[in-house]
Design a protein around this ligand. Structure first.
Ligand code: MN
Length: 193
């Protein structure tokens, strides 16, 4: 099975200036593509040759896990963003956020705090458990909460390659601008699935 780079759901310049065309050309066009290529080079002759990305993420270790998870994580991340996003959740997801974090603002503050303080490279996730209870999880490197049985709803990539072109070392600025691109329509659909 050959894994493919999914198309971006918007033009490369559509998220500028909050996420520039140059960032997308490198982050999607080079980094995401490289994880796809690495995975396709690694799996022939292994038990993962015909596995879905999700199956690989749950079972594999080492370079195969790292590249499969990075393919999945980046697709999930890019598909959360939109040039015309719904800026706040409503419906069942909004109720769950209020219940589990106190308010939408308190959720954003807690998520941003986790994203700011994650040391080195990694991802911060909003996840749901089987009962629909929400939590925030920080994962180093390619970490993906599917491995712990959670349903991912939202992720921010805090590897330096995600923000260094637009924000240099200012990760908090990247996180602040990230909120203006997050499409809560997408996250509501993931929650209600
Ligand atoms: Mn990345």
């Amino acid at each position: 099975m050959i894994h493919a780079l999914p198309p971006l759901p918007y033009a490369a310049d559509a998220l500028a200036p909050k996420m520039s065309q140059e960032t997308l050309e490198f982050h999607y066009g080079k980094h995401h593509q490289a994880y796809v290529n690495n995975l396709n080079n690694l799996i022939p002759g292994t038990p993962y040759e015909n596995s879905s990305l999700e199956e690989i993420i749950v079972r594999a270790e080492g370079p195969i896990f790292n590249n499969a998870a990075q393919v999945w994580n980046h697709t999930f991340f890019f598909y959360t963003l939109s040039p015309s996003p719904k800026s706040m959740p409503s419906g069942p997801l909004a109720k769950a956020i209020d219940r589990d974090f106190g308010s939408f603002d308190q959720f954003k503050e807690k998520f941003a705090q986790a994203a700011t303080s994650l040391f080195g490279s990694g991802w911060v996730w909003l996840v749901a458990d089987n009962a629909g209870k929400l939590s925030i999880i920080s994962e180093p490197n390619a970490g993906n909460p599917l491995r712990k049985g959670f349903r991912p709803l939202l992720a921010i990539d805090v590897w330096e390659h995600a923000y260094y072109i637009d924000y240099r070392n200012r990760r908090p600025d990247f996180i602040r601008n990230f909120w203006d691109l997050v499409d809560w329509n997408v996250i509501e659909k993931r929650y209600e699935q």
